[in-house]
Design a protein around this ligand. Structure first.
Ligand SMILES: *Cc1c(COP(=O)(O)O)cnc(C)c1O
Length: 391
């Protein structure tokens, strides 16, 4: 089959799923109690902080993920920033992460004054490779008096921050094992992976702390929002404290015991979050069906799709295909976007961005290979599918 013929078939297939209108990559779906909870929130007057919706949203996310604690914040990036701070990362430290990620992962590292170190990913999970992580530490790190130092510059390696790409879980248990051996705190960027599990455990709950995003393009949304996950009650308390201006509870006095942040999630957003959490189960089901249909179709025309590891479950946030080479990828992106079907290449590697180009990396062979080939496909729950929500 000729290339353009395959492209045409792909377009027909995507149009069959999503119709004739311009097709976005991912759109939010509000077909539950969103409007009524928002109205309740407005009627209560407590639209910003003191509303019940924040607690309810937190407890819903905690119970869904199995995390002992969930702390709502303004967005996923700030959730990561606070998670890194609580893990002990400070200015001049280093944080090990992947170059194949959205820029927010590295921005959060920069916000605390630390530098990222880039470890290559596995081709099958698109996430940090535990083998490359181990290799890097064995050849570049040394343990001294309980701390881990980078031999090449003497800086402390204070945390490891892998990411679950497009909801596909990385080899998080193995990464956790390596971190444990070295005594490096593990923080998970689970911004994209609400609803993704390894075994029975939810992504974002394997390390000391995890961060979820509820941005408008994520699997469910609060407009903007984020959530910190942790099993450590003390850390959860600290998270709540420093994200709410570090105010000491008092009837009328303004007492603050450190420089805190105003990162608390407004109740308005939390109200949306409560309604969206009620919808998550069926959305996950629908996304699994779409992913299955995509895989079946693309495999039938000989294109490679990505799949979760055997014991893992993806939330199928964004579907992805791996094209033959960069030229074919570019042609497919041109072809589809020209026809108002939004497809996107995977991110430019962080190691190629001006801000991070001088950061250490391990060669990033797989990351570079994937960067040239991976394309995201429209992945929303299609119109009409949401009728199933009420069945
Ligand atoms: C979306 C996202 C974030 C940041 O979340 P925001 O809520 O947009 O700040 C962080 N990391 C990754 C990998 C993301 O995809």
């Amino acid at each position: 089959m000729k290339q353009t013929e395959k492209f045409e078939q792909a377009i027909d297939f995507i149009r069959k799923l999503y119709g004739d209108e311009p097709i976005p990559l991912h759109r939010p779906i509000f077909c539950g109690n969103e409007k009524s909870y928002l109205a309740d929130c407005i009627d209560s007057n407590f639209v910003s902080s003191a509303g019940e919706q924040v607690c309810e949203f937190e407890s819903k996310v905690a119970s869904f993920t199995g995390a002992r604690n969930a702390v709502a914040v303004v967005n996923g990036t700030n959730a990561l920033q606070v998670a890194l701070l609580l893990a002990g990362v400070r200015a001049q430290d280093e944080v090990i992460t992947q170059a194949l990620t959205f820029v927010a992962t590295c921005n959060a590292i920069s916000y605390v004054g630390a530098d990222p170190v880039f470890i290559d990913v596995d081709k099958d999970t698109l996430g940090m490779s535990p083998a490359f992580l181990r290799n890097f530490l064995e050849s570049h790190a040394v343990k001294k008096e309980g701390a881990v130092f980078n031999k090449s510059n003497g800086k402390r390696i204070k945390a490891c921050l892998p990411m679950h790409t497009f909801g596909l879980p990385c080899r998080i248990q193995e990464i956790s094992d390596v971190c444990h051996e070295w005594g490096i705190p593990l923080v998970e960027d689970a911004a994209e992976s609400l609803g993704s599990f390894c075994g029975k455990r939810h992504t974002g709950t394997f390390g000391l702390l995890g961060a979820i995003s509820f941005n408008g393009n994520k699997i469910i949304t609060t407009g903007g929002g984020g959530m910190l996950l942790t099993d450590d009650d003390q850390l959860a308390k600290r998270a709540k404290h420093i994200t709410t201006t570090a105010k000491i509870p008092h009837k009328y006095e303004f007492l603050h015991d450190e420089v805190g942040f105003n990162y608390r999630l407004p109740s308005l957003n939390a109200a949306l979050g409560v309604a969206q959490m009620e919808q998550l189960h069926w959305m996950l089901e629908m996304k699994e069906r779409i992913a299955g249909q995509y895989c079946e179709f693309f495999n039938s025309i000989g294109w490679q799709t990505v799949h979760p590891l055997k014991n893992c479950k993806s939330n199928n946030w964004l579907n992805a295909i791996v094209l033959g080479n960069q030229k074919e990828r570019n042609a497919f992106l041109e072809y589809t976007n020209e026809k108002n079907i939004m497809t996107r290449p995977i991110w430019r590697l962080m190691s190629e961005l001006e801000m991070f180009e001088n950061c250490q990396n391990d060669g990033l062979k797989n990351s570079k290979w994937l960067e040239e080939r991976v394309v995201n496909l429209p992945s929303s729950v299609p119109n009409g599918f949401n009728q199933l929500a009420n069945e």
